[in-house]
Design a protein around this ligand. Sequence first.
Ligand SMILES: [Zn+2]
Length: 283
Amino acid sequence: MWPRCKGVTIDDDCIVCEIDQENAYDLADAYKDAPHSHFLNCSSPAELCEFIETYGPLFLATKDGRPVLLPRDDKQPLKSLAFYWKFQRWLKSLLKLIRALKDSTGVRQAMIDFFDADLAADRGDLNLRSFRHEAPAGLRLAQFMKMRDPQSAMGLGEWLRNMPESFVLDAAAVLVHASIVVRSRLLVRRKGMRKGRAVLARPVLVNLGQAIEWMCWEDEFLKNPLEFCQACERSFRPKSGHRRKYCGNKCAQKMASKEYRRRESLKKRREDRIRNKASRGRR
Ligand SMILES: [Zn+2]
């Protein structure tokens, strides 16, 4: 169970809130409401406050900000607003890299974006590695570089920008492979008043951050990953497994009328050119 929060406000770079343990919820059950999509769509501190009120903090920490991964009394919501944005950037760039890899377009740039986000998330005292217990994906990429291009004297970031085109898809695969890790276990529950016990296969989710990663994994498992709207860039869950470019009718109409205006202006310019040519010919 994961707590929601109450009285969420932001003071400088600090999230101030109180844990609302009475309104705790099951992280895996919340998957149906797509909190990972809500989190990715937070674009202002106010939206982030609303998210934390609804779904609780991403992580719990001690008073001095160290990660709490086991139940203990002095835990409190992670306060750093910057850390929320770091994690959002990391996740968004990862999902965009996965999409680029599937489509085989813009893979190098998506890889550079994810690598930079991964590096930023790993920097500082408060880093993603201490909450996730997973090595940064960039480390795997360093091994890949050593194997494929042992003579290179470039730094990893520079190599990413300059590596031969033939390495790009394999390098992106290494990064995706090293990103989300999911653990599962068997839970045993009472079956109401009956004697036997029910055995449930459930993911191990110790915090909301991990749950959000698992939800992205689950999306792939169910072959219904989040998409990013090509008009407003917000993430959305497609109703079926079919690809959709836009999050809704509003964005689809907006892009259709933009495309119409673009075609009309092209047509007008073409007609003007023909008219000018004809009038020059007459002179
Ligand atoms: Zn949209």
